[in-house]
Design a protein around this ligand. Structure first.
Ligand code: RP5
Length: 179
């Protein structure tokens, strides 16, 4: 699995089209679901640590060059006064998905508001607090617009999810016995 510390060009094989960035390596435990899910869908991605506040020049350089490097979607996660996704979105026309991380004393409410409440004209597609898996699925759905094979994988994924809920329903009814 991908290690944010080995940041450039991660997995799966191929030139990265997704970019997973986070404000600190301390966010990594809450990003595992994102990395695993992108891997399951076979989306080539890179991982990086970039801070809007601690490395603002790097944030500018990253966002300004992402499109020409072949990146098609950015997933940006940060906690606290989480400006990373918004700053990146201000510098690129690539879709940016924001993941508020619950790393501060305010348990992610601060990061949620900072990420979601963008000014008109600069959207960040914000998922729930620590919702890294949903961010990866949304990124895959964005990429699937131009990739029929990815669309097929997403359809299979949804069908599997539905089967799993049906199975839970069956087991629940079985355990409760005749009503
Ligand atoms: C945010 O501050 C990071 O995204 C992280 O959630 C939080 C704490 O960072 P560290 O002090 O652990 O590096 O910018």
């Amino acid at each position: 699995m991908t290690d944010a510390k080995n940041s450039d060009r991660n997995s799966p094989a191929g030139n990265p089209i997704g970019s997973v960035v986070m404000g600190s390596d301390s966010d990594l435990p809450k990003r595992k679901g994102c990395l695993e899910t992108l891997g399951q869908f076979g989306v080539p991605f890179e991982v990086d640590v970039i801070s809007a506040h601690r490395t603002p020049d790097r944030a500018h350089e990253f966002a300004s060059s992402a499109e020409e490097r072949g990146i098609r979607v950015v997933i940006a996660a940060a906690g606290g006064a989480a400006h990373l996704a918004g700053v990146l979105a201000s510098l690129t026309t690539l879709p940016v998905i924001g993941v508020p991380i619950s790393s501060s004393a305010l348990h992610g409410v601060d990061a949620l508001y900072a990420t979601v409440q963008m000014p008109p004209g600069v959207p960040v597609a914000t998922v729930g607090v620590d919702a890294s898996k949903n961010a990866a699925i949304l990124a895959t759905q964005i990429l699937a617009g131009a990739d029929p094979a990815l669309r097929e994988k997403l359809k299979n994924y949804k069908a599997q999810m539905a089967r799993s809920v049906q199975e839970k329903s069956r087991k629940l009814k079985e355990s409760l016995g005749p009503q």
